[in-house]
Design a protein. Structure first.
Length: 247
């Protein structure tokens, strides 16, 4: 199979791009090398042997069918919710531009197509003396379906953006990168994030990992939280995991 993402990506973005054939995790790569790399460096791997997802889960990426990208930010102050939301909106914009599909964002930062996940985002911060020093934004997009379908454990919940290889994956990937930087520079994408949200009005189960609550999502709040009506009273959550009560 030909490579999805090639050196040609550099023609489409002014950001420093490191392309790796294989790595444990592009987020790990940046963690190890952040001190010697320029701010805004992007690392893309053809495959990851130990791709990581949120909450200590693994992210299956030991195939060459996806965009496995991490971006190194060196910012003095930051809002992790806003940065991950910017990454989700950047991916949604690229999906809209290069496919006929209508992506949606499942709070906080999974990008869905229909009822299945096409992209996950893992934002991590490295601290020095209690101060955030580096932020690593990891983005994993299923670009095409693996030849023998997704692994059984994720087959029912995962989808890919494209049906075939007839796409300029370099341009798609550079678009994700360029849109992400333009969003974090300009801000002001809250209304787009809200419009892309697939949860408002839905019955969901919210988990903060110590307990689970069932409720109806009322809105995405202005600081990228979620307002859920649980047993008659409304509560705002800033982090946690949502599953659908009935999809
Ligand atoms: C999730 O769905 O829980 C988040 C998945 C994030 C996956 C990306 S792929 C590139 C980067 N490297 C990793 O190990 N994880 C992120």
């Amino acid at each position: 199979m030909s490579e999805l993402i090639t050196q040609r990506i550099r023609e489409y973005t002014d950001k420093e791009i490191i392309l790796l054939d294989e790595v444990d995790s592009t987020n790990n790569y940046l963690k190890k090398n952040a001190h010697r790399l320029e701010a805004n460096t992007c690392v893309i791997a053809k495959k990851q042997t130990a791709g990581r997802g949120r909450r200590g889960k693994s992210f299956l990426s030991n195939n060459e069918n996806g965009l496995y990208l991490s971006v190194l930010l060196k910012l003095k102050s930051f809002d992790a919710g806003e940065i991950t939301a910017a990454a989700a909106v950047a991916v949604a914009r690229a999906i809209k531009r290069f496919s006929y599909k209508q992506p949606k964002i499942k709070w906080v930062n999974d990008v869905y197509i229909g009822t299945k996940k096409a992209c996950g985002i893992l934002c991590e911060a490295l601290f020095d003396n209690g101060k955030p020093q580096y932020i690593i934004v990891g983005i994993g997009v299923n670009l095409i379906k693996p030849q023998n379908d997704f692994d059984e454990e994720i087959r029912d919940i995962a989808t890919a953006v494209f049906e075939n290889n007839d796409v300029d994956f370099d341009l798609f990937s550079a678009t994700v990168i360029n849109e992400f930087f333009s969003l974090i520079d300009k801000k002001g994408f809250l209304s787009e994030y809200k419009e892309l949200s697939m949860l408002v009005g839905k019955k969901v189960i919210f988990s903060d990992f110590s307990s689970e609550k069932e409720g109806i999502v009322q809105e995405i709040t202005d600081d990228f939280g979620i307002l859920i009506n649980v047993e008659g009273s409304s509560k705002i959550f800033k982090s946690g995991e949502i599953t659908f009560a009935n999809f």
